[in-house]
Structure formats: structure tokens, C-alpha cells
Ligand binder design. Sequence first.
Ligand code: GLC
Ligand code: CA
Length: 567
Amino acid sequence: MSHTIERPSRLDTARRAFSWRDAVVYQVYLRSFRDANGDGIGDLGGLSQGLDAIAALGCDAIWLNPCYASPQRDHGYDIADYLTIDPAYGTLEEFDEVVRRAHELGLRVLMDMVANHCSSDHAWFQAALAAEPGSDERARFIFRDGLGPDGELPPNNWDSVFGGLAWTRVTERDGRPGQWYLHSFDTSQPDFDWRHPAVAEHFENVLRFWFERGVDGFRIDVAHGHFKDAALPDHPGGRGPDAGHNHGMWDQPEVHDLYRSWRALGDAYEPEKYFVGEIWVPSPDRLADYLRPDELHNAFSFDLLVQPWNADRFRKAIETGLAVGRGWPAWTLANHDVHRAVTRYGQEQPLDEALPTDMIAAARRRGPADLDRGLRRARAAAALALALPGSMYLYQGEELGLPEVLDLPDAARQDPIWTRSNGTELGRDGCRIPLPWTREGRTFGFSDAAAATTWLPQPAWFGAFARATQAADPDSMLSLHRDLLATRRTHLRGTEPIVWLSPAGAEVLAFRRGDVVVVTNFGSAPFTPPSAWGALSPLLASQPLTGSATVPPETTVWSRLHRGVAA
Ligand code: GLC
Ligand code: CA
């Protein structure tokens, strides 16, 4: 292995062919991406300005977290009107401009479909509150009488994902305590009853509305949630964090008919529209059911995201992902719901633990982090994931190697998880801090207004991670990502499957795809590929190579294979 690495020189953004199978999708958490009007909240104007940076990185698409009208109790995952843009983010015209500009840059646009629940401010829910028990207005949601002599006990023992009960009792028009409604998440997020025909009809209209505006597809929020067991049975596991998967609450058979109908709706467009699901189910087989040819195109392979830094665990997650995703999974190492990768990989890696039932909680640990080590591992993990067959979802700020902000002042925290868990869970604010664009300035270039105050405070050290600084530094996390995406485009977008190579020693993961050999060294000693693997010359490495034929510790190297390889 020699140590000279070719740096890709130029990106040809306009002529990229899009395929959901191997796209790199940049996840835009709009509220924290860029603020054009100076109120300290990211917006569509800011996104329009920042699209060039996303295209320059080499991405194929963006996924936009919810930007519909919303009281923002769960930052847009509580939607009051599915057919408008929240005024804090801009207007429909500005949305159209984002789509136009994105398409011009060769970027597809995915929106977020939050259809398990809406906001308690939604006109339907307000009408349901005003209506009588048993009315059609109430039947669009899951209202039930309580148990106990006065209905003072909830209809069953279900917990909300965000902590506390999944039921809230309402006050009827006569001022008396009345029925209870189900909310799988926050009180402000009432679940729809998907067995009511008006619900399905409404969402078909919503899909069409955005498709007609040029949206190319949707990420489906809690896609395993839309139906509940009609009998609403108690969870045999009881309540609390150790209660296990609640089979009555998730993953009901009817949900598959729903996706069949959405798929048919999307397939009627040319080119066809695309769906990727956020699905948490207890087994790979259940996940695979959502990916039958007439259902969703894709589902996130969260299994990889929740793994500790360990070769065996990564390999198993990759194999599961490939099997479930029929060779083309949707990989991701971070999103707006989990702690940032640099921090996670810099913390103690809990190898012995079985996966907790709330896999997201597994990726939101507290505890000290060695950030240098975390960054080294996050670089290697990104290089590994981007070499795999499948698509990659890159959460904004991961390309900057941002650490999680763990020490936000309590008073600044906004995530309902923080309040609903009484502060026992930090929640997700720390991965949603407004991005740093420049090293200097009050908001590090996030806001156009000099006096702006960002909606979550940025720590003083954020400027050191600024995009502008990293763009000029060939060794930065940003440059690594640019190089990875460009080299992937030239060398790793074929249909070649993975052929695992088996080195002696447990701490290395290695595979060949076509004429590229990818080696990730998880261990702390350098690794020298056996000569039987053939003549390799490095294309790219997540750490500087020292000139010897070795892969440094906590490093991924992509190499080109010059002669045949003995696998
Ligand atoms: C999904 C979203 C998360 C949101 C929840 C409720 O898990 O990713 O951010 O809070 O659904 O909509
Ligand atoms: Ca703004």
C-alpha cells in the first residue's frame, strides 16, 4: 500500500442520475440549519442559501424534517395544518423556491410525513374536543372512557414513548372530567384512528398536494405506528423502561395495506415517488415485511446506528441490514433523535449489554466522552458506512464532526422528553444546536442578523467546527466527507455486492466491492492486510497514512485492487 491518495478534483452536480438505492441524502433539521431573517430560528430562506453547500458536499437529495404549520411542542412533529408552511420557517412560495433550486442543483427533495398523530391544535382535534363522546369528530382520534367508577383511570396501561402515560383525560363541555385520548408521544400529539376513512383520505390529499409541488418522496415518521390493536389491550410487560415491546401499540397488520395504497399513489407519478420508513420493530423479519415490492422502497437500518464500536457488532448489523434491505438498505449513523456520533463513539462502549428495547435510548447515553477518539472512530465509521451498498442518510452537522452538546443549561432545554422524564433523560436538544457556518460572530454565521439569539444556545467552542474553516482544511471532517462522496461516486456506485475478507484477528472488518477493498481497523494496533489480498493502492483513508502498508488504529481505508484477490 503506498501512501499517496488521489484527491477528487471536481463534482459534476447537474448530471447525476438519482437512484434511491444508493443515494446520499442530507438530513436538514431546518430549525437549526440556517437563519435568513434574523430571528434565531432556521428557515427556508436559510436553506435556499445553504443548498449550494449540500450540493458541493456531493449529496444526491435532502430530507427535510417537518416544516408544516405547528405549535412546535415537538418541533414540527406536531402538525396543526399539513398543507401550509409554518410562518416561522417561511411561505409556500419560499418552499417552492427551495424545491426549484434543489432540483437545479441535482438534489431530490424528501419531506417528512407525520401521520401517526397531529398537533392538539389541529382543527380536527379541536373539533373532537368540542364534540360529544361517541361523535364522528372523536372517532378520527382514539378517545375512550376511562376505567374505575368515575372513569378516573386510563383505558389501559400504555406508556408514551416520551415518558409518562400515553393517555390524557379531557374536560367535557359541561366542565366535568371526561374521556381519555391516546397519544403515543407528547400530550400535544393525539394519535389518529387510522380505521376512520376520513383519515386515510386526508393523507392521500396531503401526499398529492406536496407531490404536485415537486416533492420527490417522503420519510415516514413512526411508520410502524399508524394502527393500534383495536381492542387496546393492556401491555403484558407493564409500564416503565423495562416493559419491552408493546405489541398492541405498534406494527399492526393493517399498516401494510396503507403502504400499498401510498406506494400505488406514488408509482403513478413519473418518475415514481419514493418512501423511506422510520420503523422500530423487534425483529428483522417484521422490518422486511414493510419492504415487500408493493410497499415502502426503504426503511432505515437503525441497527448499525445503535452498535458500539466493535467489529463483530458492526458486521452483524451490516449483514442484517443487507438481508432486510434486499441488498440496498438505508444506512444512517445519526439523526435528530440520537446523540451525535463523535460523542457516542467517544464514550465507553457497552459491549456486554443486550440491546435495550428502546434502541434510541441506547444512542442517548450520558457519561464522559473522549472526543479525539470519538472523532477518529466517527471518521472511520462514516468511511465504512459510505462504502456499503445502499443509501446513506447524513444528519446535518455530522459532516462537521460536531460533538453532542451535553451541558445545555436546564432552562434552555426544549425537548418534551426532558420534561416528560422529569430530567432523567436529556432528550435530543444537544444534537439540534444551530449549525456553525463561520468561526467568528455571535451565532457563528448561523443567522444573518448580527444581534440574533439562536433558539438553542450555541456553546462558545462551536466556532471551531465552522463549515467555512473546515472547507479550507483538507484534513477536516468536512473534507473527508466531500472526498468520501466523490470517491464513492466514481468507485462504489456499482451493483457489486460485498465479499467479506477474513483477516486473522477479531478487530478488523474488511470487504471487497468490485475492485475496491475496504478495511476498517476497530482495534488499537495497526493492521497490515495479508499479501494474499492482492496489490492494493489507497484511494482514501479516514486518517493520514504513515507510508507503510498498514491501516492505522480506528481507521478505514478504501483501496483499489490491482490484481486478483484471494478472499
Ligand atoms: C419520530 C421522530 C421524532 C419525533 C417522533 C414523534 O421518532 O423522528 O423526532 O419526536 O417521531 O413524531
Ligand atoms: Ca428565521
